[in-house]
Design a protein around this ligand. Structure first.
Ligand code: 5RP
Length: 223
């Protein structure tokens, strides 16, 4: 199976974890696009399959609205049952690196609202230790140079992602060369640096389960 087919497989499988008639939290990325496609098909058969969504990006909002899904502002809900999103890396404990699509801050905000984080990913995303994927960090532009120096002091090579402005009007710094063996501590530390909006380590908001697309089918990892 191709990577695209694996993404389709897990996108469809995620629907089994979305209760009928709920408001669902929706992440961002090519795997989530497959989930949104599957949701669109389900809504054709059953218009009440979900009653709305809270979206983590302009991109996902546009795709959801094109299918007729009512997208609610995060501020208008006090909680969600389920949030469905992809990952750039996920480790055996459910800790993730996210932000390859530059939506990490809004993803964390919506994930924080949800009781369960359903991660959908193809098997290439499963790693023993986070850090091979360049770590995305959303940064307020005037802090870029000092944040890059701070990562250099911990052995990382950081650079501003060219041509990218987040939905919040900030920049993304991508950091190579890190081995993140204590994700919760790392997330808490980096999130304290002035000018860091959010680091792309999801430890506080780790996955509750991961639907992993493999050549043998969907494997469910629970954390
Ligand atoms: C976007 C993300 C995505 O979930 C992550 O980049 C995975 O994307 P894809 O499903 O396209 O591989 O964090 O900010």
């Amino acid at each position: 199976m191709t990577q695209d087919e694996l993404k389709t497989l897990v996108g469809r499988a995620a629907l089994d974890h979305v209760p009928h008639g709920c408001i669902v939290g929706v992440g961002t990325g090519s795997t989530v696009d497959k989930f949104i496609d599957a949701l669109g098909e389900a809504l054709k058969a059953d218009p009440q399959r979900v009653t709305g969504a809270v979206s983590s990006s302009v991109r996902s909002t546009q795709r959801l609205e094109a299918l007729g899904v009512k997208v609610l502002p995060a501020e208008s809900v006090t909680g969600l049952g389920v949030y469905v999103d992809g990952a750039d890396e996920i480790d055996p404990a459910g800790f993730m690196i996210k932000g390859g699509g530059a939506a990490l801050t809004r993803e964390k905000i919506v994930a924080e609202l949800a009781e369960r984080f359903v991660c959908i990913a193809d098997e290439s995303k499963l790693v023993q230790t986070l850090g091979a994927f360049p770590l995305p960090v959303e940064v307020i532009p005037m802090a870029a140079a000092q944040v890059i120096r701070a990562f250099a002091a911990m052995g990382g090579q950081a650079q501003v992602r060219a041509g990218v402005t987040t939905d919040n009007g900030n920049i993304i710094v991508d950091v190579k060369g890190l081995k993140i063996s204590a994700p919760a501590e790392f997330e808490a530390q980096v999130n304290q640096w002035p000018g860091v909006v959010t680091v792309g380590v999801f430890a506080r908001n780790k996955a509750s389960l991961c639907l992993l697309g493999t050549a043998q089918g969907v494997k469910t990892l629970t954390f």
